[in-house]
Design a protein around this ligand. Structure first.
Ligand SMILES: [Zn+2]
Length: 104
């Protein structure tokens, strides 16, 4: 997962249960912004950077195993989606890095 999602959360600043814009880089939460008062929570850059690198290493290392599981569990669906997945992976990684770098 990467990018931006809108979720309902209780804001720690204004106390309202309202829409928040949540930004992810990979599987990591980058920031959250309250739509009512604009309060933003961001992770510390040094902490986010080291967590992101560790998460990316873990995802790269586990990719062959995850691909194998998908192939065994759903071979036809896996084969049908593989070309699109391979072609769009650079775009998805670029979007993920943009989310990460935009935060810094
Ligand atoms: Zn708020």
């Amino acid at each position: 997962m990467s990018g931006t999602v809108i979720v309902q959360l209780t804001c720690s600043q204004c106390g309202e249960f309202t829409a928040h814009t949540v930004v992810y880089a990979g599987r990591l939460l980058v920031s959250s912004e309250c739509s009512r008062c604009g309060y933003i929570i961001r992770r510390e850059s040094h902490e986010l950077r080291s967590d992101y690198v560790r998460d990316l290493e873990q995802r790269v290392a586990s990719k062959p195993h995850r691909m194998w599981l998908r192939l065994v569990e759903h071979p036809i669906r896996y084969a049908a989606r593989l070309p699109t997945s391979v072609l769009t992976k650079p775009i998805r990684m670029s979007d993920e890095l943009k989310s990460f770098l935009r935060r810094r």
